[in-house]
Design a binder for this molecule. Structure first.
Ligand SMILES: [Zn+2]
Length: 141
């Protein structure tokens, strides 16, 4: 129970971080910026002296473009959960290859032995063409 809760929190914060980074990147891309400190060529001139309503509409216009152009949550959400599910499945499969008696990870395909889950993961990727999800979080001591 606690373990699944930890996984849940891990996945939540992982997705949360992704979204934050994604939105920042979307802003940079939209405003033609290569760096977060750069000044946009699409900067609204004299933004500070505009009336509040115009400031708001400028910001909400940018937000809308970002939402429509970059985010489209309804399309991306199934992909995201599929990837998360794949991560979980791979993690469980690798955990299942741990041999308690030998205290080693044993490849289920070719019986090669590895000390760490990461080594086995690399082996599965290189030798058995596993499609390992980047940052799969497989980190078993
Ligand atoms: Zn193998």
């Amino acid at each position: 129970m606690i373990v699944s809760l930890v996984y849940l929190v891990f996945h939540y914060s992982f997705i949360d971080d992704c979204l934050d980074a994604y939105i920042v990147t979307a802003c940079l891309h939209l405003l033609d910026l290569s760096d977060i400190d750069e000044i946009s060529s699409r900067k609204q001139t004299l933004f500070d002296i505009l009336p509040k309503e115009e400031q708001n509409s400028f910001i909400s216009q940018i937000s809308k473009v970002i939402l429509e152009k970059y985010i489209k949550i309804p399309n991306d959400l199934p992909t995201l959960s599929t990837e998360t599910a794949t991560m979980d499945t791979q993690k469980r499969q690798i955990e299942a290859m741990f041999d308690n008696r030998q205290q080693r990870y044993v490849c289920e395909v070719c019986d090669k032995q590895y000390k760490t889950a990461n080594d086995l993961q690399r082996h599965l990727k290189d030798q058995h063409l596993w499609n390992i999800t980047e940052n799969s979080g497989v980190n078993i001591p």
